[in-house]
Structure formats: C-alpha cells, structure tokens
Design a protein around this ligand. Structure first.
Ligand SMILES: [Fe+2]
Length: 429
C-alpha cells in the first residue's frame, strides 16, 4: 500500500524566499510582490526607485478590469545573492509613497521552462531511507536507488529522461504488482483509467514483464493531453509539486520498491506512478482537474498550499467516483495498492464515503501509515472540477488570478478581484 511520502514533505513549504543550493545560479534568494500603484503617469517610475541592488527578473502589469480603474497592479520578482538586498527592496516597496498595497508572492512558474529554477530542489529521499523502510538494511538496494536517483538528479529540461536498465529482481517486483492488481483494477477502476490502460497495453507500453521507461511514457502522454513527465530523485515540496501541475508537468520517481515486499511501499515509486498516475493523466477531463489544483497553487500562501495539498490527496491520490451505480477508483494511491483498493471499494475495514467537497477536504487531516478512513466520491471530473473552481475562487486569497493559455502553453495572470484559477477566463495578458 502506498503511504504518503508526498505529505511528509509538508514541513518544507517554501515561503516568500526561495533558495536552491544545487548550482550557483540557483542559489539566489528570490522574492516576489504584487504592488498596487495609482493608474497615473509616473507611478511606475516612482515604484522602480524602490528596487535597489537586486536583479529584477519579472515586471508585469496585471490587466485592469477596465481602463477607468484607479489602481494598477504590478507583479514583480527579483533576486540577489543574499537576503539583505531582497529584504531591503521589500521594505522600500512597503514605504513607497506610490505603492498602497504590497503582497508577498512566492515565486511560481508560468511555463514548463520556468521549472528549470526548481531543478535539484528535492529531498534526498531517493537515496536516504528511513529506518523502517523495507530496504533500509539492504546495501545493494540502497546502492541501486542511489544510482537511479543520481541519474535523475542530473536531468535538465530538454534532455532525454535518463534510461533505467531495470534488473531482473526489479522487473519481477513490477510483474507481481501488475498481475496482482489486474483483476482488481478491472473490477474497481473507473472507466477513464481502464480505457487509458487498455490503450497503453495495445500500444505495447504496458506489459507485465517490462517496466516502461519514463521517456516513452512522457512522449505518449504528451501526444494525448500535452502533459510532460519530469523525473525526480526524491520528494518535491508541496509548493513545487503543485505548481508544476499548473504547467502540465508531473514529477515522477523512477526507482522501485524493495523486492522483499512487492505489495508495499512507504513512498511513491515507479509502480505507483505508472500503474496509478500516468494512465489517469491520459484522460483530458482528469488532466484538467489536476491542472486546476496547480493553477490555484501559483503564488498561494503557505496555508493555502496546505489546503490544496489536502484536496490533491483526497482526489488525485485517493479519490473515488460513481459510475453506473457503482463506486469506482480514480486515485493513484487506491489504483496502485492491493490492500487500499479492496478497503476503499469493498469496505473491508470501517471507512466512510462522502460526496466530493473541496472545502471539507481542505480542512481534513488524514493518516499516512494506515488505510484511509475517509474517501471523497465525485460524480464525474467535470463536476468535480467545477466544485474545485468554486472553492478556490472563494477561498484561495490572491490579488490576481491565473489561467492557462493553451495556445501559448503558458499561465497568464489576470486581474479578477482575486479569482484563483481557470482555463476559461476572458481577461488575460
Ligand atoms: Fe502519488
């Protein structure tokens, strides 16, 4: 069964400052701000005087609802080698006579290329195992994980995803899970998953005796929904993970669980990603739902990131839905887990099913070391997405909105009085 490694990184939420240590260029201290200034000639010039000894990496006006609006909103991002000039600039902006409102905005990506900035920002979980991990005492296993993690760590945008030549014990682990889950997914998986899985089998990508390469899956997925897969060597912070969903990028591990316990993993591995997540992302409705969580996370506060991470957990990881009068699974943590799928669908232990409600989900804690006691059930992905948009529009407080421009394949910033995110806005830049 999958247990929530994604959530274990909850304490690593990045705040307004964002620093990476993988390279000198990435070790800059970065900050962002949305500043309201009078919609008058000269106001921008006054504002720029506040910016001192930092590199200005973004300055964009957020479109006004109408030309007569008295205040304009400017999105700024800047960086420096130390915190002092960044702090100083933030303080200057606060004191600026022309700026009447300042909101700290954590850095966020607007294109897939922007994700270069978070490359290397992973926990070392791919190599460093906890004492209760099934492979903790297995030196060969740890060496193997480290090898795969190191290859993924060196991945950079535009490269081919590192190929992993899975050895016999790894393929055998995959085969055990693949074949064990086969009757369970046929019985309990939602139709979107089964359709995608069947198409992948027909294409020769999904087989019991072969672990597919991430590059093959990336090409296949991109052809269907425009999503991309990026390999990661360990856990990604919730902010970075959710932000990437906004630009249609899914972070995936490549290492595999320990062969002694093929039906158990304490963290995401290639089996969980490929037998749970990837087929669902081939479905346009589900992909759009996932992206909506990502769009709402851009520039969100740390508290709102936690709320969105809970929504992600109760849907993309452990979501159920109703189809043809039956409860079916669409969450990857259910679809890839022999024990969890029986528990969730058949109710082998006490569990509660409730209608998908993002407000409730965003406030609900969950266990990460045992089966879920509570599952949210959606009617379909379109309705689930509409509920999510209604929730994020009202509850995720930001001075701007975010929408995805499919033609330009990038996130656009909008000014809609704080609307959180959508694909169908009219005022974009
Ligand atoms: Fe997952």
């Amino acid at each position: 069964m999958l247990r929530g490694a994604f959530q274990r990184s909850g304490g690593l939420l990045r705040r307004t400052f964002d620093r990476s240590s993988s390279t000198l260029a990435e070790s800059m201290v970065r900050a962002g701000a949305v500043v309201s200034v009078p919609n008058d000639p000269g106001a921008l010039r006054d504002l720029l005087r506040s910016i001192d000894r930092v590199n200005l990496t973004r300055i964009e006006s957020i479109p006004l609802a109408d030309d007569a609006q008295q205040m304009a909103n400017i999105h700024l991002e800047f960086c420096a080698g130390t915190e002092e000039p960044v702090n100083n600039t933030l303080e200057n902006l606060r004191k600026s006579p022309s700026a009447v409102e300042l909101t700290g905005v954590p850095w966020f990506p607007r294109t897939q290329k922007d994700l270069e900035r978070i490359e290397g920002q992973t926990m070392q979980f791919g190599e460093e195992l906890e004492a209760d991990h099934p492979g903790f005492l297995d030196k060969e296993y740890r060496k193997r994980r480290s090898l795969i993690a190191q290859a993924d760590k060196s991945y950079r945008l535009g490269m081919k995803i590192p190929k992993v030549n899975y050895v016999q014990s790894e393929t055998s682990t995959w085969k055990t899970i693949y074949e064990t889950m086969e009757p369970l997914r046929n019985k309990h998986a939602c139709r979107e998953f089964l359709n995608a899985f069947s198409a992948m089998e027909t294409a020769g990508i999904m087989k019991a005796d072969h672990i597919p390469q991430l590059q093959t899956l990336d090409d296949y997925l991109n052809d269907r929904t425009g999503w991309r897969i990026r390999p990661v060597s360990g856990l990604v912070s919730p902010r970075n993970f959710l932000n990437a969903l906004a630009v249609k990028v899914f972070h995936s591990t490549q290492y595999i669980r320990h062969h002694d316990q093929p039906l158990y993993t304490p963290e995401p591995d290639i089996c969980h990603e490929v037998l749970g997540h990837i087929p669902m992302l081939c479905d346009p409705g589900f992909a759009a739902f996932s992206q909506e969580i990502g769009l709402a996370s851009l520039g969100a506060s740390d508290d709102d990131i936690e709320r969105l991470a809970r929504c992600y957990w109760f849907t993309v990881e452990f979501g159920l839905c109703r189809q043809d009068g039956q409860v079916k699974a669409y969450g990857a943590g259910v679809l890839s887990s022999y024990g969890e799928i029986e528990h969730a669908i058949m109710g082998s232990e006490a569990r509660t099913l409730v209608d998908w409600d993002p407000m409730v989900a965003s406030q609900t804690d969950y266990p990460i070391t045992k089966y879920q006691p509570l599952y949210f059930v959606a009617n379909n992905f379109t309705a689930a997405r509409h509920k999510l948009v209604a929730f994020t529009s009202k509850e995720i407080k930001r001075p701007f909105g975010t929408v995805f421009n499919d033609e330009r394949n990038e996130v656009s910033i909008t000014w809609q009085g704080g609307r959180a995110g959508s694909h169908d806005s009219t005022t974009t830049m």
